[in-house]
Design a protein around this ligand. Structure first.
Ligand code: AMO
Length: 440
């Protein structure tokens, strides 16, 4: 058994990126994981990797204390270690400085090595990486993706809060389906049947009565039967709902939000974007608004037939991705293929005040003006084969002054795919869930 040291009273004084010539001759304590050990002409170079980057620890074998030489025998890559030593400037090291160690504490050793290198080389299948996801997440590319995700979430929160939206949380164990019955996860709630929420839809609509402008960033659950590059069973949804507005206003809000998010990424994540080799343009508003009718005519010219009233097939979306490699909206969908809560158009009940917000072939969000009359909502429920009685808890609210309202739900993972140029939704999800994956 290799000997493990205690953390004891050691605490970090600096992160790797802070070890610069500015600290010349200063004593520092750093922690991290051993990324590589290399020996060259009696000098051992340790590269220590922490959440921010790399630092070099240099051991001159002829001068180093015996205790350090002893420790070297026990070190292997991926061990977590602490190093206390003196900073020396050296041009070739990361950030222009290295640490000459006085003491090393080995805080864990490794039992085995991952089946891939964290710092380049050939990658195994994504499933092999996902099996040890937190190790995979140490790869610089993954670190970049999740730093950008963190920035995106903050930018969205900041944007919505600055516009007066209140952050809410709604139940994830619910009584009825909102987005169609097939994609539901049922569960036993004490002795009753319940479901995991497919969206916060009915709750966010109700919450416009007390708060008028609300948003939620939280999980939604979809029992997707197919394994694709853009579907998961658990997704983070950015849901917005607002009283006294229509879908037109909601589309404008999305434009402003996307502008703010892309600008923030360009300002704050340029290093990460460079590492991902992805260029992100700040899109010009207004984004195109193309009606469903226009889209199916456009597809017909490309020999892709979508019969009026049908959803867009995978093939149709692929073609759209080639013609429209940008942000755009598809508006005014057939009422019959949108959920019961979407408001039919005043002059033509066959189409509704709805939109899908797209980038190329990817649907990022959908939204619309909502039905605010109880009578119409009951009619729409029946038309969609749902029982108004099951929605009694929701319908009763409409007796107390439900205002006209509109909103949208935006999938964070799909937005992240577009923002970071990833093909597989799993790359932008910390612990993806799909039909075949329930762990880790
Ligand atoms: P919708 O069902 O279109 O609308 O979902 C909204 C957005 O959520 C994301 N999304 C998914 N992402 C990955 N995997 C999935 N299985 C998945 N399912 C949904 C997509 C999608 O555009 N209540 C309405 C929204 C509203 O009208 O406010 C709703 O849920 O990005």
């Amino acid at each position: 058994m290799k000997k493990i040291d205690e953390l004891g009273d050691w605490r970090r004084t600096h992160y790797s990126v802070e070890i610069t010539p500015r600290l010349e001759n200063k004593r520092v304590t750093v922690f991290g994981w051993l990324a590589s050990i290399r020996e060259q002409g009696g000098i051992v170079f340790l590269i220590l990797n922490d959440k921010d980057g790399m630092v070099q620890v240099t051991i001159h074998k002829d001068r180093a204390p015996n205790s350090i030489l002893e420790k070297l025998k026990n070190l292997n890559e991926h061990s977590s270690i602490g190093v206390r030593g003196i900073v020396k400037s050296i041009k070739k090291a990361p950030h222009g400085a290295e640490i000459i160690p006085e003491e090393i504490r080995i805080l864990s050793t490794t039992q085995r090595q991952p089946p891939f290198s964290l710092f380049g080389g050939k990658m195994p299948s994504i499933d092999k990486r996902l099996d040890i996801r937190v190790i995979d997440l140490r790869r610089p590319k993954a670190q970049s993706i999740f730093k950008i995700r963190h920035t995106v979430l903050k930018a969205i929160r900041d944007f919505l809060i600055s516009k007066g939206y209140v952050e809410v949380s709604t139940p994830k164990i619910i009584a009825t389906a909102t987005e169609g019955g097939a994609a539901l996860f049922p569960l036993l709630y004490y002795d009753k049947e319940a479901f995991l929420a497919q969206s916060p839809q009915l709750y966010k609509e109700q919450l416009v009565i007390p708060f008028e402008k609300v948003f939620e960033i939280g999980p939604i659950f979809r029992a997707e039967e197919s394994r694709t590059l853009r579907h998961l069973s658990e997704v983070i949804s950015i849901d917005v709902e607002e009283a006294f507005v229509s879908y037109e206003d909601t589309m404008k809000l999305i434009e402003q939000m996307i502008h703010h998010v892309t600008k923030t990424i360009n300002d704050k994540c340029s290093e990460e974007m460079k590492l991902l080799k992805h260029k992100l343009m700040i899109p010009k508003a207004p984004f195109k608004r193309l009606t469903y009718d226009y889209i199916i005519k456009m597809l017909e010219k490309e020999d892709v037939i979508v019969n009026w009233g049908e959803d867009l097939s995978t093939q149709a979306l692929k073609i759209l991705g080639e013609i429209l490699p940008e942000f755009y909206f598809i508006t005014d969908w057939p009422t019959a293929i949108k959920p019961f809560y979407i408001k039919p158009k005043d002059g033509n009940q066959d189409i509704c005040e709805s939109f899908d917000f797209m980038h190329g072939s990817i649907e990022l969000a959908s939204g619309g003006s909502r039905v605010s009359s109880k009578r119409l909502l009951m009619k729409r429920l029946k038309e969609q084969g749902l029982k108004p009685k099951l929605f009694e808890y929701h319908l009763r609210i409409f007796d107390y002054g439900m205002p006209p309202h509109a909103g949208f739900g935006l999938g964070l993972e799909r937005l992240m795919m577009v923002l970071t140029g990833q093909e597989n939704i799993r790359e932008v999800t910390m612990f993806p869930r799909d039909q075949f994956r329930l762990a880790p």
